[in-house]
Design a protein around this ligand. Structure first.
Ligand code: NZQ
Ligand code: ZN
Length: 385
């Protein structure tokens, strides 16, 4: 187990009606709030009106229309409002896209120039506005992590910025706000959480504590996703998924490990090129990556995964156990309604080489759990076709 620092200071307000605590929690940050949201789901579910009423003693400015796979143009728009209106704090209401965009806005508010500079390393994050979150979709873990993923439509790039300043100060996790999440987004969210856990679980560093937490979280997501799909208003299922989302990527499952990911960098290229849903892309890629990296070096870890997560019976045939675990992963994604091939997204092989090169470079995939070069990534993409 490697040395690590674990400092996650987000004030999590979990459960029904926790939005009501916001005025008390926000008052120390100032009066002028930028309320950010996506394409309108928060209005449909009445959350927008509810928050406007709860926050009536604050001065509210707004940035709506934040896209899934949020664009740098929205970040620039938000940063401009923050500068012009002397915003004190950002309140992001929505899923990972709204939260990520808000984090980037928070940093860009203190940067003179195009906010894309902060993603390509041309500019540095020196400061950020405080961020609070009302989560409406269990998926990315952005509500309790320091990262933001932003897309540039012109260059077909999707890049990550990370800084401790971007960690939300407050996160309202009211599972009722996720009752209205459609089945495809619910399933994609679960695939995303599972992938966050799997990326750290399969790591060169062995670490019993985080891996036990990972196995528990995976089993929870596997149990509750079908329940939430069957009955979207099942509070317990939505609650378990929402808390799993945060714990899957707040750093806990990566403590003492290398934190060198693989599938995410491959998927980010897919969503950068084809604007697909992140979790759905991961569902298509992850089992193929598992098959590709299964070898004498990794088979023991895959057996651990198969037995402890999927309940596969132990036997003398390690490869049989490992493959059963991989098949179970693939079947699960299919059963919750997610694509298992890239064809289902109308993606062909024409951009494989370009995407593979970018994934290897941005993800430092040559240092991953199983090192991957461009040729390897092309193979994984071909297997996913
Ligand atoms: O835009 P609205 O109208 O709100 O609709 C959204 C959107 O269409 C809808 N939705 C959200 N909550 C809803 C709802 N619909 C009905 N009822 C609700 N309660 O769901 C759609 C998808 O929303 P989005 O925010 O895009 O989804 P998600 O939370 O999966 O976020 C995906 C983004 O996060 C990035 C992804 O790459 C992607 O850009 N990620 C961020 C990470 C991070 N910050 O740490 C890590 C992840 O690995 C990921 O890369
Ligand atoms: Zn993800």
């Amino acid at each position: 187990m490697k040395n690590f620092e674990f400092c996650v200071t987000t004030d999590v307000l979990f459960g029904k009606e926790q939005e009501n605590l916001l005025p008390e929690k926000l008052k120390g940050f100032g009066k002028r709030i930028l309320l950010t949201y996506g394409g309108g789901s928060i209005k449909k579910i009445g959350l927008y009106d509810k928050l406007k009423e709860i926050l009536k003693d604050f001065e509210i400015f707004e940035l709506g229309g934040i896209e899934p796979n949020p664009r740098v143009t929205s970040v620039n728009k938000g940063a401009e409002i923050c500068k012009k209106e002397n915003i004190d704090m950002i309140l992001a209401v929505g899923g990972g896209s709204t939260i990520d965009c808000s984090k980037a806005i928070a940093a860009a508010a203190y940067y003179d120039g195009d906010s894309w500079d902060l993603l390509i390393g041309k500019g540095q994050i020196t400061k950020a506005l405080p961020i609070a979150v009302v989560l409406t979709l269990a998926a990315t873990g952005s509500e309790m992590d320091c990262a933001a993923v932003i897309s540039n439509e012109n260059t077909h790039e999707k890049l990550l910025m990370g800084h401790p300043y971007l960690l939300p100060k407050i996160a309202v996790l009211n599972p009722e706000n996720s009752f209205s999440v459609p089945p495809y987004q619910t399933a994609s969210g679960s695939a995303d959480m599972m992938s966050h856990i799997i990326e750290s679980y399969f790591d060169k560093e062995q670490a019993a504590v985080p891996d036990a937490i990972s196995e528990g979280l995976l089993k929870t997501i596997i149990k509750y996703t079908p329940i939430a799909l069957e009955n979207p208003n099942d509070y317990e299922a939505r609650a378990q998924l929402m808390w799993s989302s945060s714990l899957a990527l707040n750093g806990l499952t990566a403590t003492g490990k290398n934190f060198m990911w693989s599938c995410h960098y491959i998927e980010h290229e897919l969503s950068a090129q084809y604007d697909i849903t992140h979790g759905a892309g991961l569902a298509a890629i992850t089992p193929k990556w598992m098959r590709y990296v299964l070898s004498d070096e990794t088979v023991d870890k895959f057996c651990e995964y198969a037995i402890n997560v999927w309940g596969i019976a132990n036997s003398n045939d390690k490869y049989d156990i490992a493959n059963k675990g991989i098949n179970a992963t693939e079947e699960f994604f299919k059963n919750i309604g997610l694509p298992s091939t890239l064809k289902e997204f109308n993606i062909d092989s024409s951009k494989f080489e370009e995407m593979a090169k970018k994934a290897v470079k941005t993800g430092h995939l040559e240092s991953a759990y199983v090192p991957l070069n461009t040729k390897d990534v092309i193979e994984i993409l071909k297997m996913s076709l």
